[in-house]
Design a protein around this ligand. Structure first.
Ligand SMILES: [Zn+2]
Ligand SMILES: [Zn+2]
Length: 160
């Protein structure tokens, strides 16, 4: 993705509206490696500019994707994730918190099994590694004892 200043220029050249709201969305995405959902972009932008609607965020993300400035991925985390990294890369996804990291594995050995699906034309390959991020794997190994609710079933048997 280009810088917010360059994007402003590119939007104008295409005859697209450039508003302070949209520029705030550019800034929220620029250099963002967290693969935010539209909702996460919205939350970041609203902190700076409370008048931005989720609809504006969606529209701007769509425009950016159409221009090839960002990529949209469905990584199985429940919502589309947006990525200003448009270089060819793959992803490591935390199955617990949905954190996404860019990875660059060597997939040159990965061949499509043409004998299994002869009539299929391959246009691209996406590799998703699923597992636990650092935060989640440390919290998973040390089971918090607070997970079990305190037993408050005190017998109140009244004699009388
Ligand atoms: Zn995690
Ligand atoms: Zn990515």
């Amino acid at each position: 993705m280009r810088t917010p200043e360059e994007l402003t220029e590119a939007f104008r050249l295409r005859g697209l509206k450039v508003t302070p709201q949209r520029q705030s969305i550019f800034r929220a995405l620029h250099g963002n490696h967290r693969h935010p959902s539209a909702e996460a972009v919205h939350a970041a932008v609203v902190a700076e500019m409370p008048t931005v609607s989720l609809r504006t965020v969606y529209q701007t993300l769509n425009d950016l994707a159409e221009m090839g400035e960002i990529q949209a991925f469905d990584l199985g985390t429940g919502s589309a994730r947006f990525d200003p990294n448009v270089a060819e890369h793959h992803h490591a996804v935390c199955t617990r918190c949905g954190a996404v990291r860019d990875v660059y594995p060597d997939v040159s050995d990965l061949r499509f099994p043409r004998r299994q699906v002869p009539g299929f034309t391959v246009l691209g390959t996406e590799v998703v590694f699923r597992g636990l991020c650092d935060d989640c794997s440390t919290s998973a190994s040390s089971d918090p004892p607070t997970a079990t609710p305190p037993t408050t079933s005190r017998e109140t048997s009244s004699h009388g």
